[in-house]
Structure formats: structure tokens, C-alpha cells
Design a binder for this molecule. Structure first.
Ligand SMILES: [Zn+2]
Length: 369
């Protein structure tokens, strides 16, 4: 299991403009020369020659020789590892064993079709190939591409559109925050989770969309990106930017700070966001047919609006999760997510919502459930 701190160690290498593109077949020294320049390379070679048992603890750069001799990892990953070692060297960090270094590094980063993907040392070349296959399949089957640079444009675009609502000073504050945000590397698990989430929506994606009831409308979501943090409130899992056809995954990935979300939590997050992106034109239908929300509407005429709609005094079927309580569109996204996660359970616990979601999906997808 990959923990945040390990991941961080490598992902910090993306800060600044030292980033490089590396091809798998180049010899190590050439790769490093290109990535780091001649001077740095010479010093690494000189220092790594001196390595040996008697020199323990090892400096960060002395470990380089050990790593390449004792462990096999792809050439294309070597410069990303080296950048971390260079940072550690500047901090005068020392290590007593290769295991300790590996534990601290966690893994390495490889550029796969323009996006950085992070692998653990235990994952081999076949896993890199798998990441490549998934990214290709997402594009061919579902018309979805990966572009974390697009995330910055989507956020900027959304801030501009909402400038009046959030006010000039908040707008400037958020733009400034965006400048400090960085592209994050994907984990193989993220890619697998996205593949699984997209399967649920497959009748209205990519090549299958042209024979669906949605054929006359452009596919609403066409790309995904991953950056470290949102610019609004922090602790956001993911965000959908419909006007840009783009969904951003945030590094946080969960509301429990510092904890890596599980695979199924990631699938849930993707399904939730895809519902915002692909099905929200059916929100009025959902709202009109869920008694809780028509009841809330009537209440609001008399009472001050409860920002969380947490209403224990309501007798009927309540919003199914803490997120669903926030607003009707969140209730809709959570309901679709729970419906796909476990249809039988959802039907039993939330029969009203289950019936509406089921009908909407049948109509949108042109399928019988
Ligand atoms: Zn949402």
C-alpha cells in the first residue's frame, strides 16, 4: 500500500522546470546527462564509485550506485529517482541500508502518454505496460483522455465564470493559489478505478454513444487531470468542470486527512463526479420526484435555509450520505453512485431514490435494467 509520504517524496520532483522526458532505451548515463547536466553527473559518478560497506551511513547520492546495481527498475524512471536523491543530498540526509532508502522513496515515476504515473519498486515493466494499455483503452473505448495541464485551464475558466459570484478579492486569491498548485502523478490504482467507474457509463461514452439516446449531444466529459489541491476550500476529493468537459482528481482523495483512499472509494468518487458531468441535465426530474426535496422547498418558504439540509425532523426517505445532505445535486450524484455500487442494497434502503435513478438511467442509456 502506497502511503502519502512516500508518494510525496517523488512527486516533489515535479516542482520547478527541471522535468524531463525520458525514453526507455537510452543508456543511464545519457539519460542522467540530459536530465541533470554534465557537472552533476560527474559528481554523482565520483561519489558513487566510493561507495562501500565501510562508508555507512550512505549519503543520498552514494545510494545511487547501490540502487542501480542491486535493484532493477526501468531506465525511464531513473532520472525521477535521481532528482529525489539530489534533493536529499542537499538536505544532507543519510541512510544505512538500501531497504531504508527504498522504503523512503516508495517508488518511481514514469511518463506514460504524456502523464506521470507513479509505480512502486515491486511493480515491474509489465505494470508500466498495463498503465499504457489502460490509458489507450480509455481513449479508444470511452473517448476519455488524460491531461493534467488541462486542469489548470479548467479551474481558471471556472473562476472567471464565477468571478461575480465569489467577488473580486476572492477571485484574485484563488487565482494566486492556482499558481502554487502542481500536477500530480497518477497511481496505477487511480487508472484502474477510473476504468471501472467509466464502465458503468459505457452506453453513453465513446463509440457506443452514437447509438444511444444521447447521440445528438456532445459527450459532456472528455478528459481527466490530477493536481495536488483545489483552490477553493481544500480537502476536496475531485471536481467536475462541465464547461471544460474536464474532471480534476485532487491528491487529497479523501476527507480523512493524510489517509490514502481505498480502491473502492476511488471508484465511488469517480462515479459521483461522472454523474455531475454526464447526467445532471436530469436533475430537475430527480428533484421533483424525491419527496425530501419538495418538502425542503416548502420549508424554505417559511424558515431560514439550512445550509446542510440536515433535517432529523423529516419522516420519509432522507438523503443517503453526509455528502447527499449538502444539496440536491449532491444527493443525485450520491444516489447514482450507491445504485451502481450495490443495486440490491440501495433498492432496499432507499426505494424512492432507487426507482427514480433506475428510470433515469434506463432512459438515458437506452437500456433495460
Ligand atoms: Zn459532488
Amino acid at each position: 500500500m502506497l502511503k502519502g509520504t512516500k508518494n510525496k517524496a517523488v512527486t516533489t520532483t515535479k516542482v520547478g522546470n527541471k522535468k524531463k522526458t525520458v525514453h526507455t532505451q537510452e543508456p543511464t548515463t545519457f539519460v542522467l546527462q540530459k536530465a541533470l547536466g554534465n557537472h552533476a553527473l560527474q559528481s554523482i559518478i565520483q561519489r558513487s564509485i566510493m561507495i562501500g560497506e565501510e562508508h555507512k551511513p550512505y549519503s543520498a547520492l552514494e545510494t545511487w550506485n547501490l540502487l542501480v546495481q542491486e535493484r532493477s527498475f526501468p531506465t525511464s524512471a531513473q532520472s525521477s529517482v535521481m532528482e529525489v536523491l539530489l534533493e536529499w543530498d542537499e538536505e544532507d540526509r543519510e541512510f544505512t541500508s538500501l531497504d531504508e532508502i527504498e522504503e523512503e522513496l516508495g517508488g518511481y515515476e514514469v511518463e506514460v502518454q504524456g502523464e506521470n504515473v507513479f509505480f512502486e519498486f515491486s511493480e515491474g515493466d509489465d505494470q508500466i505496460q498495463l498503465a499504457d494499455d489502460i490509458i489507450m483503452a480509455l481513449f479508444m473505448e470511452y473517448g476519455i483522455s488524460f491531461n493534467s495541464r488541462h486542469s489548470f485551464l479548467a479551474i481558471k475558466n471556472s473562476l472567471r465564470l464565477n468571478k461575480e459570484e465569489i467577488g473580486q478579492s476572492e477571485y484574485k486569491k484563488r487565482l494566486k493559489r492556482l499558481d502554487t498548485r502542481t500536477k500530480e502523478s497518477w497511481l496505477l490504482e487511480d487508472l484502474k478505478a477510473l476504468l471501472e467507474a467509466l464502465k458503468y457509463f459505457s452506453p453513453i461514452l465513446g463509440r457506443r454513444r452514437v447509438t444511444s439516446p444521447r447521440a445528438d449531444f456532445l459527450q459532456e466529459i472528455t478528459s481527466f487531470g490530477k493536481i495536488d489541491e483545489d483552490v477553493d476550500f481544500g480537502h476536496t476529493l475531485a471536481e467536475t468542470f462541465k464547461e471544460s468537459g474536464h474532471i480534476v482528481m485532487y491528491d487529497e482523495g479523501t476527507n480523512e486527512v493524510g489517509e490514502e483512499p481505498s480502491y473502492s472509494e476511488k471508484v465511488d468518487t469517480f462515479v459521483h463526479e461522472l454523474t455531475h458531468g454526464l447526467l445532471e441535465h436530469r436533475l430537475d426530474d430527480f428533484k421533483e420526484n424525491v419527496p425530501f426535496w419538495t418538502w425542503i422547498d416548502q420549508q424554505e418558504r417559511h424558515e431560514e435555509r439550512d445550509p446542510s439540509y440536515n433535517r432529523p425532523d423529516y419522516d420519509g426517505e432522507k438523503p443517503p450520505t453526509q455528502v447527499a445532505v449538502q444539496a440536491v445535486h449532491e444527493d443525485f450524484a450520491e444516489s447514482v453512485m450507491l445504485f451502481f455500487r450495490n443495486r440490491k442494497n440501495f433498492r432496499m434502503m432507499y426505494p424512492v431514490r432507487s426507482a427514480i435513478v433506475s428510470r433515469i438511467i434506463e432512459q438515458e442509456f437506452g437500456v433495460e435494467l
